[in-house]
Design a protein. Structure first.
Length: 265
């Protein structure tokens, strides 16, 4: 098991779920991925549940603020890019056409974070680590393996993230945009069309599984929903889009061959 010790700037390092029913969500993800949880008190009250595999952090879960629930906000998975200077990234956002949602703020002694939206309105975060580096396990079964911007304006997104995060972004043979940070391909940009209906522009979270059909069956047993049934991703493998019982949406993917090693290896 390769444990990540640190992330280079510009690479996705963490994902977390804000949900309307923390206990229900913990039960679902424990049943699906085998995650155990380490509940950690937070300054604003309540807990931040560290999802773990073999005592290594893989994701976070937290309860949604009652005011957000009253406004009808659905549960949501958020993605965070590691950067050693969150304030410097924040300074670039508006000039590049984005919107700063949450200015850089310290999170106890764990790190410093910010949230922003690209010109299309998809939200993403930046994490400047201190005690918490991000996920200790990635690109392994039941852990984060990919982050994907699903947008109706991929050209604007490409220009924006090249300026704000210094990514190198190029299209593959299918027109899918691959985002590289320090030479590491670690995210993608998908152009949405009318077939996507009213899906909002968003950053999708992918978790790796060893047996897609078995995982889909487990989702149903755990009262989750299948948004997109098992679907071929060409030579890469196959995927399915899942909604947990509370409404959080994510993707699971089974790969046909080996995946990239975690950062630092």
């Amino acid at each position: 098991m390769q444990v990540v010790k640190s992330y280079p700037d510009g690479v996705f390092c963490w994902v977390d779920l804000m949900t309307t029913d923390l206990d229900g969500a913990k039960a679902f993800y424990n049943g699906l991925f085998g995650w155990e949880f380490d509940d950690r008190p937070i300054d604003m009250g309540g807990v931040y549940a560290m999802a773990q595999i073999a005592s290594k952090n893989v994701a976070g879960l937290s309860g949604m603020d009652p005011n957000m629930q009253a406004q009808g906000m659905p549960p949501v998975w958020s993605s965070y890019v590691k950067h050693s200077d969150a304030d410097a990234v924040a300074a670039k956002v508006a000039a590049a056409g984005g919107t700063l949602m949450m200015p850089p703020m310290d999170v106890m002694e764990e790190g410093r974070m910010m949230m922003f939206m690209d010109p299309s309105g998809a939200a993403v975060g930046v994490w400047q680590p201190k005690n918490h580096i991000g996920a200790e396990l990635v690109n392994t079964p039941n852990a984060l393996v990919w982050n994907e911007l699903q947008t109706r304006d991929s050209a604007a997104a490409k220009a924006f993230f090249e300026k704000v995060l210094d990514w190198t972004i190029d299209a593959d043979s299918n027109g899918y945009l691959l985002c590289k940070a320090n030479g590491r391909t670690q995210a993608g940009i998908m152009q949405m069309d009318e077939n996507w209906g009213d899906v909002p522009n968003n950053w999708a979270v992918y978790f790796m599984v060893e047996d897609l059909e078995a995982s889909v069956a487990k989702v149903k047993e755990l009262s989750g929903s299948i948004i997109v049934p098992p679907t071929s991703a060409g030579e890469m493998g196959k995927f399915a889009v899942i909604q947990d019982p509370q409404g959080g949406i994510f993707t699971i993917m089974q790969f046909s061959g080996p995946v990239d090693p975690p950062p630092g290896y």
